[in-house]
Design a protein around this ligand. Structure first.
Ligand code: PMP
Length: 445
């Protein structure tokens, strides 16, 4: 335990919870204690744990072909099949797909494909990317630069200047609205800020605007209705591509197949997928782009030779086989319909917490949600640091449920899509008990 450098961890806190096994929506620690996994691992184990079909698929594929790459003219059938299936599912026109290993590297790939594409069509100066405050797009040097969260920048000398990342407002009405500003006025103001940024920088220097349709790690921000319609109008006016980072929101999570549909994003030019693509049984990601962008890249390739980008594990056959089976299960078992139904129930139950003295806002769509804990319910005054959120998360853990404190003092919920109503009730009961314990802690402090 002492030889590991833990990811996204306060180094002064040693990890003490050893998770040993999982089954369905539950995981068990090394003492045999059961936990409801109310964050689906890290927003990813959509089909839960110990799914025999996925395990057998992986095992069969390992026996048949444990590795083969996709460089320079080689391919394999399971990769082809997965790309075809995905291409038919996503709302990207004539979608073409590049496989990677994680959401972060898929976003890096997209940055490079944008550059390759705009070089191909003779606009090399069009490379900057607009990203939002309080966004999460990964932690590699490039994707962390897109991310709009301080802990991912401070001490790493990020964002990386040469990337040309521009920053615009987070669409969080509860936290960012001016006094007495209506939702409609808030949208107009932040979309106007976006337009001013574009005019200031020059539209011909900006390639794309990256958004999580609904954010995850930054606190499950659900933009007010109408926000994306106005954003899309501005992007169209200035010929800037819309890039949907659906690493969390894809595959039934928000009550529809893709988060874009839930929030009214039509035809994104690019989409990033990972996590639920394989229900996290194997690492795999997909960078999806519009067919016409790929066609231009083919032209470019004819001039410059090789498209010099690819990971050893791009299209790993075992990951592809597991992802293909995951998509098959989603369709065969109508998982997205189930998630929409249970998600509506989950939202209804989560919203009951608005009456709790610690809760300032409840937000979410489908099977993703968050409750924001505040120091003053009336004014919305935030707790000064993450202490209260972390206490609540720990209380949940003590009470046999795993969730996650995000963005300081919000508790995030994102259970496996396969949970039933009584497991949502269990989640609510354990949260209620933990919130009361947290209130005691706050009053005591
Ligand atoms: N984009 C989004 C929206 C994410 O939520 C995440 C991970 N939480 C990533 C990108 C990065 O994915 P990974 O951790 O697989 O690199």
């Amino acid at each position: 335990m002492n030889s590991i450098i833990y990811p996204t961890t306060n180094f002064k806190h040693t990890a003490t919870l050893i998770i040993e096994r999982g089954d369905g929506a539950y995981v068990y620690d090394s003492n045999g204690k059961q936990y409801l996994e109310a964050l689906a691992g890290l927003w990813c184990t959509s089909l839960g744990y110990n799914n025999h079909e996925l395990i057998e698929t992986a095992s069969e594929q390992m026996s048949k072909l444990s590795f083969s790459h996709m460089f320079g003219g080689k391919t394999h059938q399971v990769g082809i099949d997965l790309a075809e299936k995905l291409s038919a599912m996503v709302p990207v026109e004539n979608a073409k797909i590049f496989f990677g290993n994680s959401g972060s590297d898929a976003n890096d790939t997209h940055i490079k494909m944008l550059r390759y594409y705009f070089n191909a069509i003779g606009k090399p100066q069009k490379y900057k990317i607009i990203a939002r405050e309080r966004s999460y797009h990964g932690v590699t040097v490039a994707s962390a630069s897109l991310t709009g969260l301080k802990p991912n920048h401070t001490h790493f000398n990020l964002p990386f200047d040469a990337l040309g990342v521009l920053r615009t407002d987070a669409p969080h009405y509860y936290r960012n609205a001016l006094p007495n500003e209506s939702e409609a006025q808030f949208i107009d103001r932040i979309v106007n800020n976006l337009e001013q940024l574009i005019l200031l920088e020059g539209a011909d220097t900006i390639a794309a605007f990256i958004v999580e349709p609904i954010t995850g790690a930054s606190g499950v921000i659900v933009p007010p209705e109408g926000y994306y319609q106005k954003v899309q109008a501005v992007l169209q006016k200035y010929d800037i591509l819309l890039w949907a980072d659906e690493v969390i929101t894809a595959f039934g999570r928000t009550g529809n197949d893709f988060g874009c549909k839930t929030v009214g994003i039509e035809k994104p030019a690019m989409m990033t997928l990972a996590k639920q693509l394989s229900s996290a049984y194997m690492p795999i990601s997909a960078s999806v782009i519009r067919g016409d962008m790929y066609d231009a890249m083919v032209e470019q390739s004819a001039q410059v030779g090789v498209f010099g980008h690819g990971y050893t594990y791009s299209g790993h056959p075992v990951s592809c086989a597991v992802a293909l089976k995951t998509l098959e299960i989603y369709q065969r078992e109508n998982i997205f319909d189930h998630a929409a139904k249970i998600g509506a129930y989950m939202q209804k139950r989560l919203h009951e917490f608005i009456h709790h003295p610690l809760v300032g806002e409840v937000r979410g769509k489908g099977m993703i949600g968050a409750i924001e804990l505040v120091a003053n319910k009336k004014t919305g005054q935030a707790f000064p640091d993450g202490t209260v959120g972390n206490f609540a998360m720990q209380a949940c853990q003590n009470n046999g449920m795993i969730c996650r404190a995000v963005a300081g003092s919000s508790l995030a919920f994102c259970p496996p899509l396969i949970v039933n109503k009584s497991q949502i009730d269990e989640m609510i009961e354990k949260t209620a008990k933990s919130l009361d314990q947290t209130l005691d802690f706050v009053v005591r402090e």
